[in-house]
Design a protein around this ligand. Structure first.
Ligand code: NCD
Length: 359
């Protein structure tokens, strides 16, 4: 493909945009060299991850006091966000909504496409363009892979190219979940040398789970991390991710039972079976017991290891595990609100103001 001018995709056709390399896309998703749209995990390098972590820590501290919380709520009271979530969501929706509340951003929402003009035959592209008439940012969860990118492309052709955040795109990516996962790993290992060099197991439906895909991309930013993929043979991690890991020299291993890796890993990231993507109920026959964490497993795990889960869970983590101090998933979901607030701060350019706040 011929060289394209960085940061100006509004002269491209959709075909050219879609076929651009990941590096080119990462440039398209910036404005003035700064992150603008948040669509794929490959947009985040180590510096940006560390900056977001510092901002999230600062917001958490400021929000502890009423004076600080009032100050945070004044920061972006002139901004409005659209939460367009047409796939089921509890945590991602609520944590974005509450991140908006913390920063004073006013929000509108569409969660059920049957209540929007899409049922009158409006194209999804026109729906997105309509949202952009009213708000300053769109946070969207959508069942079709790549549609958030399409939405960004469409808005770039208009006079209101507002930022778009991907809050889950089909089976493909969930970059802000990966951010909160990194934030959780960072907080857990802060006094143990950080994320570098840690062994992390991802367990379950790796073929159709978007969280494990997005997290795998982010982990390549940390030298000497080892990834263990534990899944039924028919639900293994996709080759695109495995090739990416190879290109970044991040070692990974595929195993098919949780028992083999529990004694050696620093974090075990559990996921549920994603059977909403089944074509003919094929997941019904999958024996998920080998990919479930039970009370008996607690004895074989390292004392310092942590247990993560993007949630919702079914029974792949026994509720008895909840009281183990290594269970991090409830804290993990709360971390989502802080890191998402940090991301909004960064996108709208308030990071200096937050980092220099003092009361
Ligand atoms: C995940 C998702 O939607 O991909 N949930 C979440 O955002 N916390 C995981 C899942 O649904 O299994």
């Amino acid at each position: 493909m011929e060289a394209v001018e960085v940061n100006s995709n509004n002269h491209l056709t959709w075909d050219q945009f879609e076929n651009a390399t990941t590096d080119q896309k990462v440039d398209f998703f910036k404005r003035d060299g700064k992150i603008f749209d948040v669509l794929i995990s490959q947009q985040f390098n180590r510096d940006l991850l560390e900056e977001l972590i510092r901002i999230a820590d600062a917001i958490r501290k400021i929000a502890k006091r009423k004076k600080g919380m009032d100050w945070l709520q004044s920061l972006m009271s002139h901004k409005r966000a659209m939460l367009y979530f047409v796939q089921p969501s509890t945590r991602t929706f609520l944590s974005f909504l509450n991140a908006c509340h913390i920063l004073g951003i006013r929000s509108s929402e569409v969660r059920d496409p049957s209540t929007s003009s899409e049922v009158k035959g409006e194209t999804p592209e026109d729906t997105i363009r309509t949202f952009s008439s009213y708000v300053d940012m769109i946070i969207m969860r959508y069942p079709k892979e790549g549609f958030a990118e399409k939405a960004s492309f469409v808005l770039n052709q208009t006079d209101r190219p507002i930022p778009i955040i991907n809050a889950g795109s089909g089976k493909d990516q969930h970059p802000t979940q990966a951010l909160l996962d990194i934030y959780t790993l960072h907080r857990s290992f802060d006094d143990m040398g950080g994320i570098e060099g840690k062994s992390i197991a991802m367990v379950g439906d790796l073929l159709r789970g978007r969280t494990v895909r997005s997290l795998s991309y982010l982990l390549t930013n940390y030298p000497k991390v080892k990834i263990y993929y534990v899944s039924p043979p028919q639900l293994r991690m996709g080759n695109d991710i495995k090739n990416f890991l190879k290109s970044k020299s991040t070692p990974f291993f595929e195993v098919d039972s949780i028992e083999e890796i529990l004694p050696i890993v620093d974090a075990v990231y559990m996921t549920r079976i994603q059977d909403e993507w089944d074509k003919n109920g094929e997941s019904k026959d999958t024996n998920y017991d080998r990919y479930s964490l039970l009370e008996k497993h607690m004895n074989v795990m390292k004392k310092t290891a942590i247990i993560m889960h993007p949630l919702p869970r079914r029974n792949e983590i026994d509720v008895k595990v909840d009281s183990d101090p290594r269970a991090m998933y409830w804290r993990q979901e709360r971390n989502g609100m802080w890191i998402r607030a940090a991301l909004l701060i960064k996108i709208f350019g308030y990071e200096e103001v937050v980092m220099t706040y003092s009361d």
